[in-house]
Design a protein around this ligand. Structure first.
Ligand code: FES
Length: 92
C-alpha cells in the first residue's frame, strides 16, 4: 500500500516522505506551481498529483509529469538506518 507523510524539519522547507509498496522516496513537499502541500495529494502509478490544480510529479525523480507543473521538485536519496529515515542533501 502506498502512502505519504509531510515532514517538518526546522530551518528548511517541508519534505514529503513516500512509501511506495515498501520503497521509500523523499521529495520537497511544496509544489513548484503554487503553495500546495504535495503530501495532501493523490499517489497513482508512481506519481503524486497536486491537490490544487492536479499537476503531477514523478515521485522517484521529482520531474514534472503533468501540467501545469513544469519545474521539478527536489528528490532526495533516502537512507534507512536503524529504522530511521535519513536523506542525503547536498544543500543545493
Ligand atoms: S499548486 Fe500544484 S499544480 Fe498548482
Amino acid at each position: 500500500m502506498d502512502g505519504v507523510i509531510k515532514i517538518e524539519v526546522p530551518g528548511r522547507p517541508p519534505l514529503a516522505a513516500f512509501n511506495l509498496d515498501g520503497t521509500f522516496y523523499v521529495t520537497d513537499d511544496t509544489c513548484t506551481h503554487g503553495e500546495a502541500s504535495l503530501s495532501e495529494g493523490v499517489i497513482e502509478d508512481g506519481l503524486i498529483e497536486c491537490p490544487f490544480h492536479q499537476g503531477c510529479f514523478e515521485i522517484a525523480t521529482g520531474r514534472p509529469a503533468a501540467a501545469p507543473c513544469t519545474v521539478p521538485i527536489r528528490a532526495y536519496r533516502p537512507v534507512i538506518e536503524r529504522d530511521l529515515l535519513h536523506i542525503e542533501d547536498d544543500g543545493a
